[in-house]
Design a binder for this molecule. Structure first.
Ligand SMILES: Nc1ncnc2c1ncn2[C@@H]1O[C@H](COP(=O)(O)OP(=O)(O)OP(=O)(O)O)[C@@H](O)[C@H]1O
Ligand SMILES: O=P(O)(O)OC[C@H]1O[C@](O)(CO)[C@@H](O)[C@@H]1O
Ligand SMILES: [Mg+2]
Length: 465
């Protein structure tokens, strides 16, 4: 009998081990207001029993990158430093005595599942964990700082907010007047500002942070990243995104049923995704009923060899039906626009999109009438736009919102400012707000996730031949 290959004493080969040293990391630290004179009240709480490792310090770090291609070791060492951030969590000594805190919470930009959970957890967390009593909501976005009176918030009032979609504080686009906002922060005596919003909101938060610094105010500002599109960079994903994907699946299921039940039926679903196709991509991957996923990051064309029409023709011949998912930002350059439409912006300066679903439906109908005159054909267009974001967060997003809110509170109470809390490779970090405001999270159509979409849909590459 052969000796057991594992237990045999006889070495079969001589194994060697290579040790590679990675270059040192660069810490992207966040600003601090100084003065750490207050002991964290968690120490005196009857409900907490902090272990020695409970409190985090500036020595606790998270690396932004965890994947390395060592075949290009030199490039890594020179031009591509490994970035580290401070870990989010409670600090042993804090900056703000809880009873002098006047906290302001504001929500800006579009809706996103979980907004009310973040507000609720900020209020309850500040109140219960730190004993803060003066907590205010700023109504209807940035403009609310200077155009309305703040709303006093307390735990009883916000108790069930996590079960409601939308934002109980209301939100808006536009209305960013830096001087008036910082004047209002001073006038109201706010020393903690929690801004919940997307990329535009973060760019606004950077300006407020710089103005607060210029005026030498003892005010901490944090930006809590919110975007249903998942287009904010650096963090693993944004809250509400998974809930939105789940809701999007309902629309795709309906489109599939409609398409399957028709002769030459096309189910067409338009999903949110202004400049990124994450919702469309993830919904496609989860559904598996999708024949083609169109996103802003991947150009496509309709006619000719390798185009969408040719592909759909084949699918209809093979299956009798097809489902298309299109992100709202896809194909915008193909839709005819008037000069006025080219200039049309919303109050925040974002380009107003034309409806890619309406355009695509009309193009599909014209194509079929020309190529297959007299043959039955149906396009059922479903536009669930606001239905996927105007809902309460699901369980996972609700939990995520809680951790984000608590991370924000711990950082602000400790005196950090100009930062964004968020998960980086599964752990919560404090990232400089400038960095988040400048970062974008687009779908990488060259990576494995997009290859997976192609393997699920077998759709064309839309490379002009
Ligand atoms: N560059 C900027 N500087 C200052 N303020 C800005 C800037 N861009 C946007 N804002 C302000 O931020 C707020 C929200 O911006 P926007 O409407 O673009 O939404 P957002 O935060 O990007 O969220 P989302 O796109 O996810 O809905 C608005 O009040 C807008 O005026
Ligand atoms: O109609 P509103 O409220 O401006 O929001 C629409 C936009 O907001 C988002 O949900 C987030 O930016 C986009 O997907 C969408 O284009
Ligand atoms: Mg935005």
């Amino acid at each position: 009998m052969d000796p057991d290959p594992v237990t045999s004493d006889e070495p079969k080969t001589t194994a060697t081990r290579t040790t590679i040293t990675l270059p040192p990391f660069t810490l992207h630290s966040i600003p601090h207001l100084g003065n750490l004179t207050v002991e964290n009240p968690i120490d005196f709480s009857p409900y907490y029993h902090p272990s020695p490792s409970f409190y985090l310090s500036s020595h606790d770090l998270i690396l932004r990158r965890i994947l390395f291609d060592l075949s290009s070791g030199e490039a890594l060492a020179e031009g591509d430093p490994i970035i580290a951030y401070h870990r989010a969590g409670p600090r042993r000594m804090i900056h703000f005595p809880p009873l002098i805190v006047r906290a302001a919470i504001v929500t800006c930009g579009g809706l996103c599942p979980g907004l009310n959970t973040v507000i609720r957890e900020l209020v309850v967390g500040l109140w219960e964990i730190y004993g803060v009593r003066d907590i205010f909501g700023v109504a209807a976005g940035y403009r609310g700082f200077y155009s309305s009176e703040p709303i006093r918030l307390e735990p009883k009032m916000v108790d069930s907010w996590h079960k409601r979609g939308g934002t109980a504080l209301a939100t808006s686009r536009g209305g960013f007047d830096l001087e008036k906002i910082v004047d209002a922060i001073e006038k109201q005596g706010f020393n903690q500002v929690y801004v919940i919003g997307g990329d535009g909101t973060m760019r606004g938060a950077v300006k407020i942070f710089h103005e607060i610094q210029r005026r030498k105010l003892d005010v901490s500002i944090t930006g809590i990243p919110k975007t249903v599109d998942n287009d904010i960079g650096i963090i693993d994903r944004s809250f509400g995104f998974q809930t939105a994907v789940e809701m999007a699946l309902q629309a795709i299921n309906a489109a599939h049923v409609e398409a399957e039940s028709a002769v030459n039926g096309i189910g067409l679903v338009k999903l949110m995704g202004r400049s990124t196709g994450h919702i469309a991509l993830h919904a496609t991957l989860s559904s598996r009923d999708v024949d083609c996923c169109l996103i802003p990051e991947n150009d496509f064309y309709l006619e000719g060899r390798g185009g969408l029409f040719e592909f759909l023709d084949q699918r209809l011949k093979k299956n009798g039906h097809a489902v298309i998912v299109v992100a709202e930002g896809a194909g915008q350059d193909k839709i005819p626009r008037t000069d006025a439409q080219k200039e049309d912006k919303d109050e925040s300066g974002n380009l107003v999109f034309l409806d890619v679903g309406v355009w695509l439906k009309s193009e599909l109908n014209s194509w079929w009438a020309q190529e297959h005159p007299g043959e039955l054909f149906t396009v059922k267009y479903i536009d669930p736009t606001y239905m996927i974001r105007a809902v309460p967060a699901n369980a996972i997003d609700n939990m995520y919102c809680t951790l984000l809110a608590h991370s924000a509170i711990h950082g602000v109470m400790a005196g950090y400012t100009g930062f964004v809390p968020g998960p980086v490779n599964g752990n919560y970090a404090y990232i400089p707000v400038e960095e988040v405001a400048a970062a974008k999270n687009i779908v990488d159509t060259k990576d494995h996730k997009w290859a997976w979409v192609r393997s699920v849909t077998n759709q064309p590459d839309f490379l002009k031949i």
